[in-house]
Design a protein around this ligand. Structure first.
Ligand code: GLN
Length: 493
């Protein structure tokens, strides 16, 4: 088995046992990137020199006998909306095309302290607005399971690098599905942590009451190890919460007996692809056979979730993106006076979906419409929270499909924003409620594409999500690890 085929935990173990050096590990991934990246286009920026430098440093630290974290020397890729000091951070937008942050995001600092080499910054939908990575201002990323299909979004690049063996781990961000949906489309574990669990300091804001950073991994253990590094209170993020952080890998091996599990009726809808729901039910039956108690639950407000989300998120985005005026950050298109400079800069700098969101959000917040739209949406959000609170009186964990269908074709939904929005219908309500939610692979569709099951827990129960995901990993029929990447000669155009 080549190094790039191994899980992060295994790579860490080999490194600790001095069976491999961090430089060897990084080189294996760099070779793999060279081979498959031209066909998939998952990275916006490659950082091989930086990765090798960190690897070298961590090799020296190990040689000097320093005690290191289990993921020391294990490389990682990061979505390009997290600030990296001295390294271009674009948010896949023309407006930030040449933006070089003067500081590291909190999560980036944490990875550096552990000694995880950074392989690069990954492609995404512009400002994380989208579900397919087609809204990137630069290029579309391909799904390694079928290159005619999207990898999901908005963290599509991060999902692809892990799925195709270009990095053993990656970070994404999830505002309303952007980790879980691409994880399910690419056959990975993807976790959206509880709102406030991971610092958002240095994450370029989309919708601040929803944005969370989380891991993509091949296994629950890998995700748990990475969460140990990034979770925790940060005084630099005013929404970060002081709750103590458990040792996530520690509880992984516990069984699921007596666990009360509710199947969310709306997330196994008969309108979904039947193979997707059948795969959810298969995983549920494994839990039941092992002593979990299963019942159905309805979250009646679900039907209003999408509408509320597409008012709240754009409203916050319209405010957050007000700072891109050509004066303080990024692109400046010039102009005869300040008005024309603003409008030219923003007109050139933002793509169509970002403009659409800014317009919807500005409208929803404007005097005269605020009560009718934004306030209503906030009321719905409160009721959605209540739906979950009631459900969690009866259940420890809620399950359903991560997405209604497997990955769709590139171009299939680009002309119809509503169809695009509907692709993360299952990921919106728990995000609005601030809850942790994880997608675990549930099998392959008859068309060969991965499908995902979503597990949602009460706040701060990420450990439970990893435990159940780990259990399912052991008990379900094994999934093929590797996408059948068929690479044409000469790469993609
Ligand atoms: N697809 C959703 C949107 O376009 C969610 C995006 C995200 O989670 N960043 O807003």
């Amino acid at each position: 088995m080549k190094l790039y085929e191994k899980t992060a935990a295994d790579l860490g173990r080999l490194f600790q046992k001095k069976e491999v050096s961090a430089v060897e590990v990084v080189r294996s991934f760099l070779d793999r990137i060279e081979k498959v990246e031209p066909y998939l286009k998952a990275f916006i920026t490659h950082t091989p020199a930086m990765a090798l430098e960190t690897a070298n440093e961590i090799d020296n630290r190990r040689m000097s006998g320093e005690e290191l974290h289990p993921l020391a020397g294990v490389p990682i890729a990061i979505k390009d909306n997290m600030c990296t000091e001295g390294l271009r951070t674009t948010c896949a937008s023309r407006i930030l095309e040449n933006f070089i942050p003067p500081y590291d995001a909190a999560v980036v600092g944490a990875l550096k302290r552990v000694g995880m080499p950074l392989l690069g910054k990954t492609n995404m939908d512009e400002f994380a607005m989208g579900s397919s990575t087609e809204n990137s201002a630069f290029f579309t990323t391909r799904n390694p399971w079928d290159r005619e299909r999207v990898p999901g979004g908005s963290s599509g690049g991060s999902a692809v690098v892990v799925s195709a063996g270009m990095a053993p781990l990656a970070l994404g961000s999830d505002t309303g599905g952007s980790i879980r949906q691409p994880a399910s489309f690419c056959g990975l574990i993807g976790l959206r942590p509880t709102y406030g669990r991971v610092s958002r300091y240095g994450l370029i804001a989309f919708a601040s009451s929803l944005d969370q950073i989380g891991p993509f991994s091949l296994t629950a253990l890998d995700g748990a190890l990475l969460m140990n590094i990034i979770a925790g209170y940060d005084p630099l993020d005013s929404t970060s919460l002081p709750e103590s952080v458990p040792d996530y890998p520690l509880g992984l091996e516990e069984d699921v007996k007596k666990l009360r599990i509710g199947i969310i009726r709306q997330n196994v809808s008969k309108d979904f692809d039947p193979e997707v729901t059948a795969a959810v039910m298969k995983l549920v039956s494994i839990l039941e056979e092992n002593g979990a108690e299963i019942d159905e639950v309805s979250l009646p407000l679900t039907d209003y979730g999408l509408g509320a989300y597409y008012l709240i998120a754009p409203a916050e985005a319209s405010s957050n993106l007000g700072r891109y005026d050509g004066v303080r950050y990024g692109h400046n298109a010039g102009g005869d006076d300040i008005e024309s400079m603003f409008s030219r800069t923003r007109g050139e700098g933002f793509g169509p979906e970002v403009k659409r969101r800014i317009m919807i959000g500005t409208y929803a917040l404007s005097a005269g419409y605020f009560d009718a739209f934004y306030l209503q949406a906030m009321k719905v959000r409160t009721l959605i929270r209540r739906d979950y609170a009631i459900a969690f009186n009866r259940f420890d964990l809620l399950v359903g499909a991560t997405t209604p269908t497997p990955a769709f074709k590139i171009g299939e939904k680009t002309d119809d924003p509503l169809q695009m929005y509907l692709s993360d219908i299952c990921n919106i309500t728990d995000a609005l409620a601030g809850l942790p939610s994880l997608s675990v692979p549930s099998g392959l569709h008859s068309n060969g594409l991965p499908m995902g099951t979503q597990l949602t827990a009460p706040a701060f129960q990420e450990g439970l999500l990893f435990k159940v995901a780990n259990f399912l990993e052991q008990k379900r029929d094994p999934l093929p690890r590797w996408p059948r990447v068929e690479l044409p000669e000469g790469g993609l155009q």
